[in-house]
Design a protein around this ligand. Structure first.
Ligand code: NAD
Length: 291
């Protein structure tokens, strides 16, 4: 029997989506219009197609408008930037998400920077990254935002706790570290050049793994009683010859030591989409408030 509490991301996300749907209902009454999310997909990457389909479905379920733009793989950078510009100026669109990765001939950075920061519901624009780093009110990237919500729900006040974030990507690791710093944690960021990762892990009251290496973090790396958030989503061969999803943490081992842990699947993943909907509603409210 595992000792750790399993943090149920699915249930948490369902509650957040219900809260967003209620917020959308109030928004409609207040402004006589519906928040809208535009999702842009370039190419036919099967994983991206599934993400985009799910995002559209959940956007509609929350009572918002979903505008889906599917463009062919050979779309030029100029044409994509043209679409982003059109969406920036469309009053029915409050959030814009361009599904990554983009085909190699298109600069992701250029496209992200072309999105109006007020509509950048992924929170990847340099303005939103800067606001997060300087304590401003920007839009926070969905995955770390979901991790923080679950952490605060489980732990309460995070102030003074030692937090380790493994991974320094712009979409997960860095914003996660910023959020934890904002909660007054003592934050360490580990990455591929970190010398003794196990020793760093053993110090952490809060451990967030966003690496992309299946089951990298072992049970004996974890401080007894720590709270573990596993962001990793790795496809590995399963016992039945099919593939299965694995996190960056060895769940069975970690659950014997941690006080609470998110499973994969069913932990961080569902929260990411729920936070996208929450960010879209937040963006819509701010746009209406600023005229
Ligand atoms: P990334 O490849 O951009 O970054 C990975 C980071 O891990 C890098 O900073 C690298 O320095 C570090 N790293 C790599 N190997 C390491 C090692 N051996 N020891 C320590 N650090 C190491 O990945 P990302 O986009 O940040 O995603 C990380 C993981 O999270 C992936 O599995 C991804 O699929 C998953 N993810 C999940 C969600 C979700 O919604 N659940 C969202 C985004 C990413």
């Amino acid at each position: 029997m595992t000792k750790a509490e399993i943090i149920d991301g699915k249930a948490f996300a369902a509650k957040l989506r219900a809260d967003v749907a209620e917020g959308v209902r109030v928004f409609k009454v207040q402004y006589g219009m519906v928040p809208g999310l535009a999702v842009v997909l370039v190419g036919t990457d099967p994983a991206s197609e599934i993400y985009v389909r799910n995002k559209g479905k959940m956007t509609r379920e929350a009572g918002m408008n979903s505008f889906e733009h599917k463009l062919p793989e050979d779309t030029s950078e100029g044409d994509l930037l043209g679409l982003v510009d059109k969406l920036n100026r469309d009053d029915r669109v409050h959030g814009i998400l361009v599904q990554l990765p983009l085909p190699r001939h298109i600069s992701e950075q250029k496209v992200i920077e072309a999105i109006d920061p007020a509509k950048d519901v992924d929170g990847f624009h340099v303005v939103n990254a800067g606001l997060l780093a300087t304590g401003g009110e920007g839009i926070v990237p969905c995955t770390p935002l979901g991790c923080l919500m679950m952490l605060k729900h489980r732990v309460g006040d995070l102030s003074g706790m030692k937090a380790l974030v493994i991974g320094r990507s712009n979409i997960v690791g860095k914003p996660m570290a910023q959020l934890l710093l904002r909660e007054s944690c003592t934050v360490t960021v580990a990455h591929s050049r970190t010398r003794d990762l196990a020793a760093e892990c053993r110090q952490a009251d809060i451990l967030v793994a966003a690496v992309g290496v299946p089951e990298l973090v072992r049970g004996d790396w974890i401080k007894p009683g720590a709270v573990v958030i596993d962001v990793g989503m790795n496809r590995i061969p399963g016992d039945d010859g099919k593939t299965r999803l694995a996190g960056d943490v060895n769940f069975a081992e970690a659950a014997e030591v941690a006080s609470a842990i998110t499973p994969v699947p069913g932990g961080v993943g569902p929260m990411t989409i729920a936070c996208l909907l929450a960010n879209t509603l937040t963006a819509a409210r701010r746009q209406m408030a600023s005229g």
